[in-house]
Design a protein around this ligand. Structure first.
Ligand code: URA
Length: 243
């Protein structure tokens, strides 16, 4: 049984502050299993009790996992003094304290960003010890010469950095080429730097998949939705490297 103080529990599931939650409890707007509870220090069982706030049942979740279709011009951060962030795009009904992007996309890169409040999960999917593929569509101004494709597939050397082998395949060549690139690691500006070392110029970049979970293409740029537990495990489903 997981018992938690009601004010804490309510504020953890929304952007309501503890004191706002306390006021709601005192004013008789909170029910536990159908009974009004006015004692602010009372506790509720997050797994078994039915908790209602202003007539709405709270569907308690320890953590939340949100897929965002990131538009261009938004930064991968929780907050920023001058720029709009990916967390700013999360609608109020999914907002809660502690949200952050699990992995960054550049400001001009679009597509799949995972936003969560689960630090352990983020650590797992970003850790180099784990293997979570990230798949991108990269538009270029011309076809990339075969010699560079071979170098990308074998693991490019950029300065004194040796990159892991990446998958790269041409998915369409008209009106301009688009490549599907699968990365096994997440280095700074990796695709920009990889394509920067070829004969072609990168014209667009979109992340379309994390692990085996595809970006939901019904999400318009800037839209989000919560992930189901099956979808979360499609990202989490990873192999631990032994070395
Ligand atoms: N590689 C990049 O260069 N930028 C991104 O945003 C993601 C991968």
């Amino acid at each position: 049984m997981a018992k938690e103080r009601l004010d804490k529990l309510i504020s953890s599931q929304s952007m309501m502050t503890r004191s706002e939650a306390t006021k709601l409890i005192r004013s008789g707007n909170v029910k536990v299993n159908g009974d009004v509870v006015k004692n602010t220090s009372s506790k509720a069982d997050t797994e078994n009790d039915v908790i209602e706030v202003c007539g709405e049942v709270i569907n308690y979740k320890k953590h939340i996992y949100i897929m965002l279709n990131k538009p261009q011009g938004v930064v991968s951060a929780s907050r920023d003094n001058s720029e709009k962030t990916v967390v700013d795009l999360v609608p109020d009904n999914l907002k809660r304290p502690g949200l952050f992007p699990a992995g960054r996309l550049d400001k001009d890169t679009t597509g799949f960003v995972l936003i969560t409040d689960d630090g352990d999960f983020a650590h797992d999917i970003l850790s180099p010890r784990h293997h979570v593929d990230k798949t991108y569509l990269a538009g270029t101004d011309c076809l990339i010469d075969e010699e560079y494709l071979v170098r990308m597939r074998e693991g490019m050397v950029l300065g004194d950095e040796k990159l892991m082998p990446a998958e790269i395949d041409l998915v369409c060549d008209s009106p301009s080429p688009v490549y599907r690139i699968v990365l096994r690691e997440g280095r700074y500006h990796q695709i920009k730097r990889m394509t920067g070392a070829t004969n072609a110029v990168l014209t667009s970049l979109k992340r379309i998949k994390m692990g085996s979970l595809d970006l939901d293409e019904t999400l318009a740029p800037g839209e989000c939705r919560e992930l189901s537990s099956e979808e979360i495990s499609m990202i989490k489903n990873m192999q631990t490297l032994t070395s």
